[in-house]
Each structure stands twice: as structure tokens, then as C-alpha cells.
Design a protein around this ligand. Structure first.
Ligand code: BDR
Ligand code: CA
Length: 313
């Protein structure tokens, strides 16, 4: 696999943190042009703080971290401290960051990066609400045809939702933004709850992270230990789903995942099902396919990949 240029758009979040660490540990596959932060799991001042903590944990303070949108396009921000703790990165005791934020707005960085590189060479990796990406598409519609691919974590079909019965958190927080992204015409790969709820950090898998023995391995084990209490209580599952690293793992080893190229629309009107990803899995409409919607994962292969990559940092 050749090296891919990516922008990670994120709201860290312990699972976002693991995704960022795996990307930064994989320079032969992934060139992280920058990290763009958005309000989501916690407000923007904390997601920008947390992204920098993670870069410093990885030993990569030179990574450019940009601040983006501090609220959804047309709604009040909904956050998820009930899952991620009050900082969004509760669990390990990590130092406050000393690296500076990059100058400029995340949305402009996304636009400029897509315009400055050859068409089809920059992949966007949204791991939070889609506000930054949608704002970039609204401000500069020409970028849509320059995007190599959008590989995002969001939505759910067979699993339903995790913030409402119908909606997954990232899509629910800013459904209008998600609607813009899913209609933009760029190739889209979706890692929904249908995949991520099969990527559970069992005790053995978390022990493998901790047994790396490095500050990164220990911090990741502590993050997932914190994060898992919520899902264990809610679903009675074996451990926390590592949602966002599925996006990065797909870039490195796409054959870990299976899905279908189908039509996916976002519900933006019904209060009952707001933010639902209406996935035409069975092809019962004649709506044109616009996304590859994943449903299967080789979970052991996924955790082997994560552990091997995290061990490099
Ligand atoms: C998504 O929401 C956030 O809580 C996680 O970081 C992930 O991106 C899962 O629904
Ligand atoms: Ca996230």
C-alpha cells in the first residue's frame, strides 16, 4: 500500500486518541498533513487541548493541530462527557500540552490542503461531527471533486443508535453537516456502529496494549479502561468499542473490513429519528449509491494491527 496523505478531523475522545496514535505510528502508510479539531465529545477548547496531548504523547509535537468549528451548523452542541469524562480524555494522567496550535482555521486548512495538492491525493478522515468538513464544502464547493476519499466513523443501521434509538453520536450532533457531506459526491467509506460494536477491547486485548510497556501502551490501556465502563453498563459488552481507529485501520489494511456500496441518506427533519443514517442495505430504492457502508470486521486482525503499530511509538 502506498503512503496516503490524510487530514484527521476529530473531537478527542479516547477512541479518537487511539486513532491519532495509530496514524502517527504508521508513516509508511499514512502522511498526516494536519489534525483539525471540532466540537463534539467535549467543547472545542478541550478537543484542541486533547489532540495536542496525544501528539505529544506520540512524541510528535511538530504535527499541525488546527481549531475548527465550535458548534454545529444550526443547532446547539450536544457533548458526551457521560462517555468520555469531563476532559474528554479521562483515564490516564497526561501532562498539559506545551505545543502551540497551528495558525489559521481548520476549515481553511482543509480547503487549502485540497487545493494545494493534486486532485485525488488527499483523504479526509472525520472522527467526530461533520461540521468542519461540511463548512469547508459550503465555503469552497470546488474541493468536493478534489477529495480522494472521505473515510469516516459515524452512523449505524443494524445496530441502531447510541445517542438516540435511531442515531449515532457523530451524525446526531450535526445532521445537517452530515447531510451535506453524504451528498457531496466524493467517494465515502463509512465505519458505522455495525462495525465498531464488533471491535471490542476485551481484557486480553487491553492487556496486550498495556504489555507494550511504553507510556503510549499504558496510556491507551488506561483510556480504554475508562471508556469501557460506559459500554459495559449500557450494552453488557466485553469492553469498549474502539470506534475511530477503524477509520485508520481501513487505510492501512482495508481487507479487515467488509461492506456494501449503497445509498445512505441522513434524516434531518424527524425529531424521533433525527440523525439516522438511512442505509439502503437491501437495495429497495432506486437512489444512487453514494457510500461504502461497512458491516463486518476481522476484530482479531484489527487489534493485532493496532497493538503492533502502537508498539512503535
Ligand atoms: C463516536 O462518538 C464519539 O463518542 C466517539 O469518539 C466516536 O467518534 C461513536 O459514536
Ligand atoms: Ca470521535
Amino acid at each position: 500500500m502506498t503512503q496516503r496523505k490524510i487530514i484527521i478531523d476529530t473531537d478527542p475522545g479516547q477512541d479518537d486518541a487511539v486513532a491519532i496514535l495509530v496514524a502517527l505510528a504508521s508513516p509508511e502508510d499514512i502522511d498526516v498533513l494536519g489534525i483539525t479539531c471540532v466540537a463534539g465529545n467535549v467543547p472545542l477548547d478541550l478537543t484542541t487541548r486533547n489532540a495536542r496531548i496525544v501528539c505529544e504523547l506520540a512524541g510528535k509535537p511538530e504535527v499541525r493541530v488546527f481549531a475548527g468549528c465550535d458548534r454545529p451548523l444550526g443547532r446547539d452542541l450536544v457533548t458526551a462527557e457521560h462517555v468520555h469524562g469531563k476532559t474528554g480524555l479521562d483515564g490516564p494522567d497526561l501532562p498539559e500540552p506545551t505545543m502551540a496550535m497551528a495558525d489559521g482555521h481548520a476549515v481553511d486548512f482543509i480547503i487549502d490542503s485540497l487545493r494545494d495538492h493534486a486532485p485525488g491525493t488527499v483523504t479526509l478522515c472525520p472522527l467526530g461531527p461533520l461540521t468542519n468538513i461540511a463548512t469547508a464544502l459550503q465555503k469552497a464547493p470546488d474541493i468536493a471533486r478534489r477529495i480522494a476519499k472521505i473515510v469516516l466513523m459515524g452512523g449505524g443501521y443494524f445496530e441502531g443508535g447510541n445517542i438516540t434509538p435511531a442515531a449515532e453520536f457523530n451524525i446526531y450532533v450535526d445532521p445537517e453537516a452530515a447531510d451535506i457531506v453524504f451528498k457531496c459526491g466524493a467517494p465515502i467509506v463509512v465505519m458505522p456502529l455495525d462495525v465498531t460494536h464488533k471491535a471490542l477491547v476485551t481484557k486480553d486485548r487491553n492487556d496486550a496494549f498495556r504489555d507494550i510497556g511504553s507510556p503510549v501502551g499504558i496510556a491507551v490501556a488506561q483510556m480504554t479502561e475508562f471508556f469501557e465502563r460506559f459500554d459495559k453498563e449500557k450494552y453488557g459488552s466485553d469492553g469498549a468499542p474502539l470506534h475511530d481507529p477503524c477509520v485508520i485501520a481501513y487505510l492501512i489494511q482495508p481487507d479487515l473490513f467488509q461492506g456494501r456500496h449503497i445509498n445512505v441518506e441522513i434524516e434531518t427533519h424527524s425529531e424521533l429519528t433525527m440523525g439516522m443514517t438511512v442505509a439502503d442495505w437491501w437495495g429497495v430504492t432506486d437512489r444512487a449509491p453514494n457510500a461504502t457502508f461497512m458491516n463486518g470486521i476481522d476484530a482479531d486482525g484489527f487489534f493485532d494491527l493496532l497493538t503492533a503499530r502502537l508498539a512503535r511509538l
